[in-house]
Design a protein around this ligand. Structure first.
Ligand SMILES: Nc1ncnc2c1ncn2[C@@H]1O[C@H](COP(=O)(O)OP(=O)(O)OP(=O)(O)O)[C@@H](O)[C@H]1O
Ligand SMILES: [Mg+2]
Length: 265
C-alpha cells in the first residue's frame, strides 16, 4: 500500500485534534506501520505529547525549517520504534509571514516562489516512500498551516466536539477540504467525522451527536469518544510507562479499527 497521509482537523479549538493525532500515530506504530507524525500547529501539543519534551527544545529544528529549506530529512526526529516526528514550536506562527515576505523569523531573506498551499505536499515528496502513514495535526483555524496540511493529505478526519460552535464550524471545514481537493494534487477527501469529548451526562451533547449523524450519515464514525480522565492525562503521562494507558486508549481502539477499514476499503 502506498503511503497514506491523514490530517486531523476542524477550525475550532479544543476538539481533540492533537490527542487523536497522537493516539492514532501510536496505534498505527503498534500495529507495525512505519509512521511520521507532523505537527502543523505552533502550540506544539503533538510535539510535546510524542516527544515528551517541551516544544521549545525544537527551536530551529522544526517543521518550519523543513518547510523553508529543501532538507526535510534533517528535521525528522525519531521518537519511538516505527514513529518519527516533525516537531513544531511557537515560531511556526511566522510561516505565513515568510511565505508572503520571504523573511524568516531570524531575519534571513529566503524568498519563496511557488504555490503557498502546496509547500508541505512538495517537501514530503522525497520521504513518502519511507512511511506507511503520515498523520498531521492542525491548528484551530484556517491558516496556511491548515491549507498546507489539507492539500498534502489523501484523507481528512473531521473532529467534532459535540457543541453548537463546533456544529457551525463543520460546513466551513467541509468546504475547506473540498477546496483542497480541487486545488491540490492528492484528491483530498473526508474519511470520516469523529465525535469526541462527549459528556455522557449532557443531553445537548446527545442532541448534537444525533444532528451530525443525520447531516452526514455516510461520514460519521460509529465510535463516539467520551470524556475520560486517563485520555486527558495522556498529556501528562504520555505513551511510555503510563500506568493507565489501557484505559486512556480503550475507546480509541474501535475508532482505529474503523479508520483502517475505511482506508483499506
Ligand atoms: N477523550 C478525552 N477525555 C478527556 N480529555 C480529553 C479527551 N480528549 C482530549 N482531552 C483533553 O482536552 C483538551 C483538548 O484536547 P486537544 O488538545 O487534543 O484538542 P485540540 O483540538 O488539539 O485543541 P487545539 O484546538 O487547541 O489544538 C486537552 O487538554 C486534552 O488533554
Ligand atoms: Mg491541538
Amino acid at each position: 500500500m502506498p503511503c497514506k497521509v491523514i490530517t486531523f482537523g476542524i477550525q475550532k479549538g479544543g476538539c481533540g485534534k492533537s490527542t487523536t493525532t497522537g493516539i492514532t500515530a501510536h496505534l498505527l506504530r503498534e500495529d507495525g506501520y512505519r509512521v511520521l507524525a507532523i505537527d502543523m500547529d505552533s502550540q506544539g501539543n503533538l510535539t510535546e505529547l510524542l516527544s515528551e519534551q517541551p516544544s521549545n527544545e525544537f527551536m530551529g529544528n522544526s517543521i518550519l525549517e523543513a518547510l523553508q529549506t529543501n532538507r526535510i530529512q534533517d528535521y525528522i526526529v525519531p521518537v519511538a520504534e516505527n514513529l518519527d516526528l516533525l516537531p513544531a514550536n511557537n515560531f511556526l506562527a511566522t510561516f505565513p509571514r515568510w511565505i508572503y515576505t520571504g523573511k524568516t523569523y531570524t531575519g534571513e531573506n529566503l524568498p519563496f516562489k511557488g504555490n503557498p498551499s502546496l509547500i508541505l505536499d512538495q517537501i514530503l515528496e522525497p520521504i513518502r516512500d519511507q512511511y506507511d502513514f503520515i498523520v498531521i495535526d492542525t491548528p484551530p483555524s484556517l491558516s496556511e498551516q491548515t491549507t498546507n496540511a489539507l492539500c498534502a493529505s489523501d484523507y481528512v478526519v473531521v473532529m467534532f466536539e459535540c457543541s453548537n460552535w463546533c456544529y457551525s464550524a463543520i460546513p466551513n471545514f467541509m468546504d475547506s477540504v473540498e477546496g483542497a481537493r480541487s486545488f491540490g494534487h492528492r484528491d483530498t477527501q473526508v474519511i470520516g467525522i469523529l465525535r469526541t469529548l462527549n459528556d455522557v451526562r449532557r443531553s445537548d451533547a446527545k442532541a448534537f451527536n444525533e444532528m451530525i449523524q443525520e447531516d452526514y450519515p455516510e461520514d460519521v464514525f460509529e465510535t463516539i469518544i467520551t470524556r475520560k480522565a486517563p485520555t486527558g492525562r495522556l498529556s501528562v503521562y504520555g505513551f511510555n510507562e503510563n500506568p493507565e494507558i489501557k484505559q486512556a486508549l480503550e475507546q480509541y481502539t474501535s475508532f482505529y479499527k474503523e479508520l483502517i477499514q475505511r482506508v483499506k476499503g
